[in-house]
Write a protein that binds this ligand. Structure first.
Ligand code: MTE
Length: 317
């Protein structure tokens, strides 16, 4: 993004492997253990403010998951980008508790047959919740492996019966100056807006995440629902979504509006197209010292490359 670079990552950000494995095993056992209160499965429980320890489930394992080592819960929830809560990586985990995620609704509108406003409880019941372990590659050249919980975005979008004229989907996220200190600063124009082409939005890999590590999504990671589009740079994964609009025009995202030459509409992970100020050829997995090569489409090319057949990906970055 405009601000932090991988070089800013200090050694204390890096979790020792032994600690990482112990914590991971503990959280997984806790998250998936029998007898836990399950959100989504039990009526009423989901009405509460989502908080650490609230289990989601039962969860279906996804065939789309990578078997790479997971980043630990601490990394995922304390090294965040959520500029509404501040531009420092640690700001969202310090400030996001101020946001209230219940009640929460998302309105789905625009070029559709049946516009609807759904409560988060209704969203949680639309489909069996899946655990999907995805790589997330940030434009700042770091990456993580995250065990998301969510449902295919297509399931949510089909609720409103999109019209044939709809070509794109625009996502608008919460901008509440009372609870989000960053919204009072001019770092971006608020609210945060992102967009996808309709076929990208309907693609089976595109997830509406409602949790991670088997638990309800922490506020700093975009509670109560955020996009995860694993073959695109992380900023496409809009957090805390309140509106979804079908349109026939390419949406103007908050980052393209701020710096269009640096952040294009497509923003597919592409090691051959450098950011104007740094290379995208390599990335640092949070928790590791040495860098690894960045993969085209973040390694999801088999599933998504055909969406871009015939397109010059240097032009449509
Ligand atoms: N969504 C909103 N509303 N505001 C933001 O600042 N940051 C984006 C994206 N979604 C952002 C957002 C960026 S730059 C990244 S890399 C991912 O969220 C980070 O997600 P994570 O903090 O859960 O890893």
């Amino acid at each position: 993004m405009l601000i932090k670079r991988p070089a800013d990552i200090v050694p204390s950000d890096i979790t020792p492997r032994a600690l990482f494995d112990t914590r991971r095993d503990f959280i997984r056992a806790a998250g998936l253990g029998a007898g836990a209160a399950l959100l989504g499965g039990l009526p009423g429980v989901a009405d509460a403010q989502g908080k650490r320890g609230d289990k989601l489930g039962p969860l279906v394992k996804s065939p789309f998951s990578t078997d790479e080592k997971l980043n630990d819960y601490e990394d995922i929830t304390s090294y965040c980008n959520f500029y509404e809560f501040g531009t420092d990586k640690s700001d969202p985990s310090k400030n996001a508790h101020r946001m209230s995620t219940r009640p929460w609704t998302v309105s789905i509108e625009g070029l559709v047959q049946k516009p609807r406003t759904l409560g988060i409880e209704e969203v949680l019941k639309l489909a069996p919740l899946e655990e999907r372990i995805y790589r997330l590659r940030c434009v700042e050249a770091w990456s993580m492996v995250v065990p998301w919980v969510g449902l295919p975005l297509s399931v949510l979008l089909r609720q409103v019966e999109p019209l044939g004229s709809a070509k794109y989907v625009e996502f608008t996220t919460l901008a509440d100056p009372k609870t989000m200190p960053g919204v009072r600063s001019a770092v971006l124009e608020w609210p945060y807006v992102e967009g996808l082409r309709l076929d990208e939005a309907m693609h089976p890999l595109t997830l509406m995440a409602v949790g991670l590590y088997g638990e309800v999504l922490p506020n700093q990671n975009g509670a109560p629902m955020r996009l995860v589009v694993p073959w695109k740079y992380g900023f496409k994964s809009a957090k805390s979504i309140v509106k979804i609009r079908f349109t026939d025009k390419e949406p103007l995202s908050a980052w393209s509006r701020a710096a269009g030459r640096e952040y294009g509409f497509y923003s597919n992970v592409n090691p051959d197209v450098d950011h104007p100020r740094w290379s995208q050829g390599r990335e640092r997995r949070i928790g590791e010292f040495s860098k690894r090569k960045t993969l085209m489409f973040n390694g999801y090319g088999d599933q998504v490359a055909s969406l871009y057949t015939g397109m010059d990906l240097r032009k449509y970055y």
